[in-house]
Design a protein around this ligand. Structure first.
Ligand SMILES: [Zn+2]
Ligand SMILES: [Zn+2]
Ligand SMILES: [Zn+2]
Length: 142
């Protein structure tokens, strides 16, 4: 397991049971993916067939609260989870309004804005920016 993740778990005294570890493993195995709780459940059951959806929700939310995971609403009323970027600001997401595909944009883009905010005495920790768009594949189909 990555050292950073290990530290966050230890700092928060979060006890790793077999089921919790299986859920975290799914997230690590799928780094860069944006998974819903149902998708995590499906994958976690390949490792541990008895895992229930309530455990998945509880574990994902706990891991998000200690910043191991990043939790964001992409679809109407449904959260998706991904492994946090380590030591950097959150990347941005471009969400296709047709197919729902999520593309990541790694450049920070917000440095100028951050400087303006910090010039007012704030310390910016992170940000969450989503673009809603039509992806190239969907545009071609039209
Ligand atoms: Zn930034
Ligand atoms: Zn699309
Ligand atoms: Zn992402």
């Amino acid at each position: 397991m990555k050292q950073k993740i290990k530290e966050k778990l230890e700092d928060s005294n979060y006890r790793m049971t077999g089921q919790r570890a299986a859920i975290l493993e799914v997230m690590i195995d799928n780094q860069g993916e944006h998974l819903s709780a149902e998708e995590v459940l499906y994958k976690a059951r390949e490792k541990m067939p008895n895992i229930g959806i309530a455990t998945v929700y509880r574990t994902l939310d706990k891991l998000a609260s200690i910043e191991v995971l990043y939790k964001s609403m992409f679809d109407e009323g449904r959260y998706r989870y991904e492994l946090c970027d380590e030591g950097t600001h959150q990347h941005h997401h471009i969400i296709c309004l047709d197919c729902g595909n999520i593309t990541e944009m790694e450049d920070d883009l917000l440095n100028n804005l951050e400087q303006r905010i910090e010039s007012k005495g704030f310390k910016v920790i992170d940000h969450d920016l989503k673009f809603y768009a039509y992806c190239p594949a969907c545009r071609n189909r039209k």
